[in-house]
Design a protein around this ligand. Structure first.
Ligand code: BGC
Length: 460
């Protein structure tokens, strides 16, 4: 058969696209989440000078972004459902890019604060939209790995922000380029999302079955026929149900409790006391110079990235529960150890603190870190996925805000040992919660997970 004949008999298939490609593109939203939250740690030193910040205005400069994120998380569900995952991510890319440039040229604290709130809205929304997009594009056996790209990107974003801060600080260029740098991933996210498709599940939920089928055929490694059958049967089931209220009825109420519980415990074990305040912890532990404290922080950032890579490989092999329980157990031990190190007043405190924090970060990165975001995107049925995961994201940002805002005062009030002891106690509660309530979702399709809650509802 000549090549001309072959072409005329070949069915024209849409251009094939890899699920890895779309997951990596969407995860740039996670990178921006990490970068834009981490960048403040180094930038603060310079902002202090430019805007004559006192302690209170410093706290405001750090935490306004979290206030913005709370708003973003609240609005994300509606926008994501109404406009679709793709358009929402495109809009967020625009917010990140414009926000980065405006922040860099801020002439005063008020303008700076407004820009950080805007960027925070983007972060809060991206935190739930990215995992939802990736989970709806992934085949079940890769979903854990692919959604964890998001957490990996968050940690890479944090680590890059530490190093970029360090570089611009050394170059004597101050804070503006630190914030402006975020425009680069912002533009890449925009261009990448332009090339990526809408998710088949969202298209089908809007009755656009042909488009949904076309996307499923376009993605390498998906099984279009089976996926369509699954999506169709879960949507049929969904038509008989009623709105957001259902999230609070038996069955899905448990799903919501699992999501919100993980969201809150992820923060109550104190992760962002380390991410945002590590240089201060290291200084308390005896690192003499600020430079050494920042360097130690950057090392913690790198451990965070590599441990998340380990999690990416393990999640779909060992399952969510094994990692969650093991990791949370280690978190508790590390926090107790940290409390003891500070109480002992040993002359090795600085080294011991670095080692303990590395163990702590490793444990978080293989458990609470990725698994909360993963589960928030997979435990809710399609029609309530955007809403459910945005409630989880909202709870996470509120808890983050409260922990970050109270950390320094707690240290002042209780001392370092008791403060870390308190987070260890929260870790213990988290362990009991995970043991009792968090189901294994590994290897199940999103529709099978939905059936799991339906069964629970019948048993209730
Ligand atoms: C948390 C963030 C945290 C990051 C650290 C994420 O899962 O939601 O609050 O800063 O992990 O890697």
């Amino acid at each position: 058969m000549s090549s001309k004949e072959l072409r005329s008999t070949t069915v024209v298939r849409p251009r094939q696209m890899s699920v890895y490609f779309v997951a990596v593109v969407a995860a740039i939203g996670g990178l921006l989440f990490g970068y834009d939250t981490g960048v403040i740690s180094g930038a603060l030193l310079f902002l202090k000078g430019s805007f004559a910040l006192n302690d209170t205005t410093q706290e405001i400069a750090v935490s306004v972004v979290l206030a913005g994120a709370i708003v973003g998380a609240l609005g994300a569900g509606r926008v994501n459902d109404a406009l679709g995952r793709k358009i929402t991510l495109l809009l967020l890319a625009v917010i990140f890019t414009i926000g980065a440039i405006l922040t860099a040229v801020a002439p005063n604290l008020l303008f700076f604060t407004a820009c950080r709130i805007l960027v925070g809205v983007g972060i809060g929304a991206a935190a739930s939209v990215v995992p939802v997009y990736i989970s709806e594009m992934s085949p079940p056996h890769l979903r854990g790995t692919l959604v964890t790209f998001n957490q990996l990107a968050i940690t890479v974003g944090i680590a890059i922000s530490y190093w970029v801060d360090l570089a611009f600080a050394h170059a004597g260029m101050g804070w503006p380029p630190m914030f402006a740098t975020a425009a680069i991933p912002g533009v890449i996210l925009f261009l990448g999302m332009l090339a990526s498709p809408e998710t088949p599940r969202w298209l089908a939920s809007k009755g656009r079955w042909n488009d949904a089928k076309r996307v499923l055929e376009q993605m390498k490694g998906l099984d279009p026929e089976n996926e369509l059958i699954d999506i169709r049967s879960s949507l049929l089931l969904e038509q008989r149900r009623g709105g957001m209220r259902e999230l609070f009825q038996p069955g899905l109420r448990t799903a919501l409790m699992v999501g919100v519980g993980l969201a809150i415990f992820q923060q109550l074990v104190g992760i962002n006391t380390v991410i945002y305040y590590a240089p201060i912890i290291f200084q308390k532990a005896g690192f003499a110079s600020a430079n050494n404290a920042i360097l130690a922080t950057s090392v913690v950032g790198v451990v965070n990235v590599f441990s998340t890579v380990v999690a990416t490989f393990l999640l779909d092999k060992l399952g969510r529960r094994t990692l969650l329980l093991t990791g949370t157990g280690i978190i508790i031990v590390a926090l107790v150890a940290l409390g003891i190190v500070f109480a002992s007043g040993s002359n090795q405190t600085s080294t011991l603190t670095l080692i303990t924090l590395m163990v702590y970060i490793f444990a978080f990165a293989i458990s609470m870190g990725p698994i909360f975001w993963l589960m928030s995107a997979e435990i809710f049925p399609t029609r309530l996925r955007a809403a459910g995961s945005s409630i989880c994201s909202f709870s996470n940002w509120v808890a983050n805000f409260l922990v970050s805002l109270t950390f320094l005062s707690l240290i002042h009030l209780l001392g370092s040992s008791f403060t870390f002891g308190l987070y260890a106690f929260m870790g213990l509660l988290a362990l009991v919660f995970c043991w009792k309530f968090v189901p294994e979702t590994n290897g199940r399709t999103l529709e099978q997970i939905e059936q799991y809650w339906n069964k629970k509802q019948k048993m209730a």
